[in-house]
Write a new protein. Structure first.
Length: 336
């Protein structure tokens, strides 16, 4: 017997219907195809490609896994968890029937499984933090066998809250750290996709403007692999002596590039420099970091992401549109 998570919509818009009709639905707008007649997942993927020709391949691959699981892998007597979006509770039911296709159903209620609800409205606070994280994610349908022991134990104890233990905060901190790492990886991937080549310099320029600098975009060098930015403080850039020359590279940077950059700073009359290398710096550049501390700052990928996050609300609307981020609150790990 397995445990599955089935969501009642992105905003919980299908949840009440789940509870009232004793069913869970696979909700894919317009997807009116009898999955009983599709014998292989490869055939399902072909059907999805034809039905949603404009959607990205990665999204359809994920949908294929979820739809196939709902129709062919979920079994009678499996348990289903529906995390509520309408209130901080979970609903748990047992699958009592096979996959049903309703051709005459109202969109998107074509695909369903009958459910006997075991317990509704179980407060999320009854569960350990690590269990709640395992029920999170972006998929609407997925296997959650890792929580089986906890749920069956709680069911045997009339859904009494789990006892607190000394490791709960440590587990929570580890999970928060993991989520932060995953989030940064996603942001890095988005920046790589949206700001290729010289566009990366436009992101650095926007960050500097968000920090209060007036900027000027220069021209690329002969290789076409970097782009210079000039930055200074004040409305017109004349307010102080902080004249900064910035060079942005998408690849990793050797010490020869740093030496050339110091010459470029001289040529344009800059008294400070910022060298940004998305691909990082060679070890010999790191050795020079302290020697050039009073002249040059070095930003790698992590530094640039830190700057984007620190000044996100002050970035221009175009950059925010390219990197749409959403913050959420969690317990700080170092409370002292």
């Amino acid at each position: 017997m397995s445990i599955w998570v089935v969501r009642g919509g992105k905003f919980g818009e299908y949840e009440n219907r789940f509870l009232q009709e004793n069913k869970v639905y696979l909700t894919r707008d317009g997807f009116k195809t009898d999955l009983n007649k599709i014998a292989e997942q490869s055939a399902l993927r072909i059907s999805l490609d034809e039905f949603y020709p404009t959607l990205p391949s990665s999204k359809l691959s994920s949908w294929s896994d979820q739809i196939w699981s709902f129709a062919h892998e979920v079994q009678q007597k499996d348990w289903v968890i529906v995390p509520s979006k309408l209130s901080p509770v979970l609903h748990v039911g047992e699958v009592t029937g096979g996959y049903i296709y309703e051709k005459g159903g109202v969109d998107p209620y074509y695909h369903s499984r009958e459910i006997k609800w075991i317990e509704k409205d179980i407060p999320r606070g009854y569960f350990p933090t690590d269990i709640l994280y395992q029920l999170g994610g972006f998929k609407d349908v997925f296997n959650a066998d890792g929580v089986e022991k906890v749920f069956h134990t709680m069911a045997d104890n009339d859904w009494a809250p789990t006892k607190d233990d000394d490791t709960s905060y440590d587990q929570m901190n580890e999970l928060v750290a993991l989520l932060q790492e995953i989030s940064r990886d996603q942001i890095a991937q988005l920046i790589r996709t949206k700001f290729k080549g010289h566009r990366l310099a436009k992101l650095v320029k926007a960050v500097m403007e968000a920090k209060g600098y007036t900027t000027h975009m220069g021209s690329s060098d002969e290789s076409g692999s970097d782009l210079d930015i000039l930055a200074a403080k004040g409305g017109m850039g004349f307010d102080d002596d902080a004249r900064i020359c910035i060079q942005v590279r998408a690849d990793d940077v050797p010490v020869a590039t740093l030496d050339k950059f110091l010459g470029t700073m001289n040529d344009v009359g800059a008294n400070y420099g910022l060298l940004v290398a998305w691909g990082g710096f060679k070890s010999n550049v790191e050795q020079e970091r302290s020697n050039e501390f009073f002249k040059v700052r070095l930003w790698n990928q992590n530094d640039l992401i830190d700057q984007v996050l620190s000044h996100y609300e002050d970035l221009d609307n175009y950059i925010i549109g390219e990197i749409p981020l959403k913050s959420f609150w969690t317990i700080a790990s170092d409370l002292d």
